[in-house]
Design a protein around this ligand. Structure first.
Ligand code: IMP
Ligand code: MG
Length: 208
């Protein structure tokens, strides 16, 4: 079993309060529009499910999946959706586009462009759980976010994953990374020294 060094950034209760605030800020942006809420599969699912239950009933849900490739050190390719919403849920509609995190901004830029230009959305409003502006590579802002972090930390939980894991954590944690930016695992010697108290805490759950 590998256990990762991490610290809890936001507990479930704090996330819940942040989502209450986000819903309150979104309501006036939505008004009485016919809204289709579209989370980006799959990280946004957890956040979106909690957010839409705080918004007025009657909105339609649909989904988009879009993969972004490359990072600052590799060539960029245009991100292409490989799962698209039903056209009738988008054409002429006000789309509430949701993702877990607005990081470099490439995913949301590509998704917004696709929904407006290829699918004919009337308007796209962007809501994210986390805004991480320090890593922005393309000029895009969220219309509303639940929390903003000024530092560059690698987050997991509440939909955010490390290599596909930890999306199901009910809290948000930052993985400690080494100088290469890779998450650090707790080594065997250290692990045997971990106290019973911390084993019983949420900390012990970040294992695979
Ligand atoms: P973008 O860089 O804004 O295009 O974000 C692309 C995707 O990167 C997001 O949808 C997340 O899945 C992922 N991502 C960005 N930052 C983090 C992080 O701190 N933890 C986990 N996933 C992340
Ligand atoms: Mg994602």
């Amino acid at each position: 079993m590998i256990r990762y060094r991490h610290r809890i950034v936001l507990r479930a209760q704090e996330l819940s309060e942040a989502l209450d605030g986000l819903a309150d800020r979104l309501k006036p942006l939505i008004g009485n529009d016919e809204v289709t809420a579209i989370p980006v599969l799959g990280g946004a699912m957890f956040f979106a499910a909690d957010l839409v239950r705080r918004l007025p009933s009657g909105l339609v849900m649909d989904f988009i999946r879009i993969q972004t490739y490359g990072d600052a050190t590799s060539p960029q390719q245009e991100a292409k959706p490989d799962w698209v919403p039903n056209p009738e849920n988008v054409k002429g509609k006000h789309v509430l586009l949701m993702d877990d995190i607005l990081d470099t901004g490439r995913t949301m830029t590509a998704a917004r462009k696709f929904l407006l230009e290829e699918m004919g959305a009337a308007k796209v409003t962007i809501a994210v759980l986390i805004d991480k502006p320090v890593r922005r590579a393309v000029p895009i802002n969220a219309d509303a976010f639940a929390v903003q972090f000024d530092d560059d930390q690698f987050l997991v939980g509440f939909g955010l994953d490390y290599r596909g894991r930890f999306r199901n954590l009910p809290f948000l944690a930052a993985l400690e990374t080494d100088i290469d930016g890779l998450p650090m695992s707790v080594d065997v010697a250290e692990e045997s020294a971990v106290s019973e108290e911390s084993k019983a805490s949420e900390a012990s759950e970040l294992a695979q």
